[in-house]
Design a protein around this ligand. Sequence first.
Ligand code: S3P
Length: 184
Amino acid sequence: MTAASNKPSLIALVGMPGGGKSTVGRQLSRRLELPFADSDTLIEARIGTSVRDFFDKHGEAAFRDVEESIIDELTQRGSGVIATGGGAVLRESNRTRLKERCVVVYLRSSPEELYRRLRHDTQRPLLQVDDPLGRLRDLHQQRHPLYEATAHYVMETGRPSVPALVNMILMQLELAGGAVPPKP
Ligand code: S3P
């Protein structure tokens, strides 16, 4: 599939924090010559502060409300690549919108791999705890079924480099007949 195919394409990446959604999404959008959007970046523009600060001041539920409205807006775009926040699948409305309006790719990573990448992170509010690996394991256990239920395709992030992962996603989309949102 190339940009020359001219098919309307909206691709959303879901998965745990630290799984590479933003990095992979940006490269995928370049290869497809489609616009890229990162839901957390748009949320921060909307709330006028960092996600972490907003969590501290207003709590997770308020953050999820903003996230839900951004996911609704983003999934109504005609084409593009969207990197979602790791918790976007928690609300059923988001899962439904993503699944019905986009081709959804789950970047699947193990909690141990995520911990290796995120152990020095200070920006993700849910990981600012004494035992971040334990938290990642709990989050993974809770969310893995939700990511699987939302996604049309699952890609393991473990071994491949980012460009290799992007190639694998492109091949998968091409095999499936292009990045056209599937009929419900
Ligand atoms: C969250 C993941 C973050 C961000 C917020 C909540 C989560 O996005 O939306 O900190 O619940 O896992 P990334 O997945 O891009 O880190």
